[in-house]
Design a protein around this ligand. Sequence first.
Ligand SMILES: NC(=O)c1ccc[n+]([C@@H]2O[C@H](COP(=O)([O-])OP(=O)(O)OC[C@H]3O[C@@H](n4cnc5c(N)ncnc54)[C@H](OP(=O)(O)O)[C@@H]3O)[C@@H](O)[C@H]2O)c1
Length: 257
Amino acid sequence: MTTVENGAEPRELKGKRALVTGGSRGIGAAVVRQLLDAGAEVLATARSTTYTAPEGAAFVTADIRTQAGTEALATAVQETLGGVDILVHNAGGARANAGGSAMTIPAEDWQDTLELNLLAAVRLNSLLAPGMRERGSGAIIHISTAALLPPVPAFAHYQAAKAGLESYSRALAAELAPFGVRVNALGPGRTATPGGEETRSRWASDNAESGAIARPPLGRDGRPDDIANAVLFFVSDRASWLTGTYFSVDGGEYPRN
Ligand SMILES: NC(=O)c1ccc[n+]([C@@H]2O[C@H](COP(=O)([O-])OP(=O)(O)OC[C@H]3O[C@@H](n4cnc5c(N)ncnc54)[C@H](OP(=O)(O)O)[C@@H]3O)[C@@H](O)[C@H]2O)c1
C-alpha cells in the first residue's frame, strides 16, 4: 500500500465532507491540505481574504465570534457541502496583555478571546453536530493549546478560554458517543505560523528581560503539518475508539497526557 508522508492514507477520507475554521493559513491551512490529500471535500473559513484557502478547497468568509457570523457559516456549509462529517475548530488565538497582568486584561479582550476560542465552537457545534448525530457518525476536533498548565498572567483570558474548550469537548464527547460521533481536543505547542510568530514576537518585546524562549525538548518548533498529522489521525477510522480525549502535539514541551 502506498502511504503519504503525513496523516491519512491517500483517499482514506474519500466521501467525507469537512469544515475547517481558520483554514486560510497556519495550522488550519495545513489541515485543509492534508484533508484534501486524503480525499475529503473541504470548506475552509476565515474572516478575511488576505490569505485564501489552499487550492482545491472551497472558501467562505465569516466572523465566527458572533452568532450571526456562525449562522452564516452554517448556511454556507449546507449550501456547499450539504452537511459535515468532519468539523475542525481551529480558529483561535489571543493578544498577550501588554501589562503582563491577568488583572488588567481589558474587558473587551476577555470577551473577544472567549468568543473566538470557546463560544464559536459551542455555537457552531449546536448548529452542525445535530446532523452528525442523525447520521450516526462524525468527528469533531477542538484545537486547544499545550501551554495550558504553566500559569501565564498575560494570557489568562486565552488559557481560561482553552481550558473551557477542553472541558466542553469532554462533555460533548460523552453526549455524542452513543450516536457514533467522536469529539477530541488537541493542544499544539509552539508552532511556526503567522499568528504564532506575531504573538511570540510581541511577547518577546514586552518581556525582553525574561530572555530567549527555550526550544521544545525535540529541538525545534512545530510545523503546521505536525499538528495536521495528529488531526488527520483523530478524524480517520484509525481513531475509531478514541473520544473525549486531549492530546498534546508539542515536541515534549508540556507533558500532561
Ligand atoms: N501557532 C502556535 O504556536 C499555537 C500554539 C498553541 C495553540 N495554537 C492554536 O492553534 C490554532 C491555530 O493557530 P495558528 O497559529 O495557525 O493561527 P493563525 O496563524 O493566527 O491563523 C488563524 C486563522 O484563524 C482565522 N481567524 C481568526 N479569527 C477569526 C474569526 N473571528 N473568525 C473566523 N476566522 C478567524 C484567521 O484568518 P482571518 O484573520 O482572516 O480571520 C486564520 O485563518 C488556534 O486555535 C491557536 O490558539 C497555536
